[in-house]
Ligand binder design. Structure first.
Ligand code: ADP
Ligand code: ASP
Ligand code: MG
Length: 406
């Protein structure tokens, strides 16, 4: 472990405007003054990434993924340069780099690339010169020199991977909330800050929609045992530690409630009920690079059945095209698309030893007259697809029911 080396990551909202960039610069410099060596990862300013995606879709609803990466990586290139300038203004030495410049090598899966290795020599050399090193988050480069991005929220992954590679003594993720809460504090003001959470639970919460940390960054942190401190860039208060094991005084069944409004539901009607049909549909989707999430196939009474599944909303146009082709080949009926759905989930390792969580969850939704359209479970979570208009109400009801509220 490199004593005194800290990796700090600042998310988009922490660098959304000039005053906030200056705030980040002051915070970074305050650590430098304490004698720390610093590698600072930054996201694109505010909603830049969303705006770039919107712009691309106006030009072409199914843009090439390689060009998408060329476009999106520009966002982070702006913020690293501005932060370096802000630090210079305070009289300290800093130097900014793109992912490619600091040797973050990835595979070729554009828009969701995986890091293969990091050649950290350049960073180490600059640290030796006493400089603050600023790295563009969310991006890497293939062995072929093509720019890639690491999936939405990917700056978290850049930070964790660098902390691992540089054997940093701490990895701090600065954001616009004070840590990980029992649910999104913007949806439920009664949400409580969690002092410590395990990788396992954080990974589940992140995968199920708690956007505060990118799921893949937690996978990597878990694999290499990198402790993460999630905290606010606007306060000095301690945040949440994401670590391997957490000691709890009391039995907690449910740790958190999550919401995902980024999925769309597809239903293929009247699918012939014979072997190999589902395989055909989902094989075509996977060849098209579409990640299918929840799947439900109804029992058939008429030798025909409906199959429903969810995908990320960004993939709806492509999914519709692929499913239409597949449905006509296998002789299925209409295809319905519903973008007005939400997934609410409860997460907790306590579920492994406490029965009845599903019943309690369904009961709480029923009491609020919220219809459940699909259900899925894992070892440590239960998810329901509901209509989006009930999403906030559902989160609050579950948060209350499982005793998480302040
Ligand atoms: P950044 O720009 O810093 O990467 P994000 O927008 O990606 O920030 O993530 C922070 C947001 O995550 C918060 O503003 C909050 O609304 C949301 N969030 C969702 N679930 C949670 C949770 N369980 N705890 C804390 N924040 C959450
Ligand atoms: N700017 C990228 C995004 O919005 C990466 C990140 O913020 O972590 O997804
Ligand atoms: Mg984020």
């Amino acid at each position: 472990m490199h004593k005194g080396l800290i990796v700090q990551k600042f998310g988009g909202s922490s660098v959304a405007n000039v005053a906030r960039i200056q705030n980040v610069a002051r915070r970074v410099v305050s650590y430098k003054k304490k004698g720390c060596a610093l590698v600072v990862v930054v996201s694109a300013l505010g909603d830049t990434t969303d705006e770039l995606i919107e712009l691309a879709n106006k030009i072409n609803p199914e843009p090439s993924e390689r060009e998408m990466d060329m476009l999106l990586s520009t966002g982070e290139q702006i913020s690293v340069a501005l932060l370096a300038m802000a630090i210079h203004k305070l009289g300290f030495e800093a130097i900014s780099f793109t992912g490619a410049q600091v040797g973050i090598i990835t595979d070729t899966s554009h828009t969701r690339a995986r890091i293969i290795k990091i050649n950290a020599d350049k960073i180490k050399e600059e640290l030796r010169k006493g400089r603050i090193v600023i790295v563009a988050g969310f991006q890497g480069v293939t062995l072929n020199q093509d720019i890639t991005t690491l999936g939405r929220g990917g700056s978290d992954l850049t930070a964790v991977a660098l902390a691992k590679e540089l054997e940093a003594s701490a990895c701090e993720i600065y954001t616009d909330v004070e840590g990980i809460y029992t649910t999104d504090p913007r949806i439920e003001p009664k949400a409580r800050k969690i002092a410590q959470i395990t990788y396992e639970e954080m990974l589940e919460m992140a995968s199920l929609g708690a956007q505060v940390m990118q799921a893949r960054s937690i996978e990597v942190a878990k694999k290499f045992n990198v402790p993460i401190h999630v905290r606010s860039s606007f306060s000095e208060k301690p945040g949440t530690l994401i670590i391997k094991e957490v000691k709890r005084m009391e039995d907690v069944v449910v740790t958190g409630v999550t919401l995902n409004r980024n999925e769309a539901k597809f239903t293929i009607c009247n699918v012939p009920d014979r072997p190999g049909v589902a395989a055909k549909i989902f094989k075509e989707l996977s060849s098209g690079g579409i990640n299918v999430d929840m799947i439900v196939q109804n029992v058939s009474h008429t030798r025909q059945t409906d199959i429903s599944f969810t995908v990320n909303k960004t993939n709806t146009a492509k999914t519709m095209r692929i499913v239409k082709q597949a449905a006509s080949k296998i002789g299925a009926g209409d295809i319905l698309e519903d973008r007005d759905i939400a997934r609410v989930s409860v997460v907790g390792v306590g579920m492994k030893s406490h029965p009845g969580v599903a019943a309690t969850m369904f009961g709480a939704l029923a009491k609020n007259k919220i219809n459940i359209e699909m259900i899925s479970t894992s070892d440590i979570s239960i998810s329901c697809i509901i209509q989006k208009k009930f999403a906030q109400e559902a989160v609050r009801a579950l948060h209350e029911k499982f005793g998480l509220a302040k």
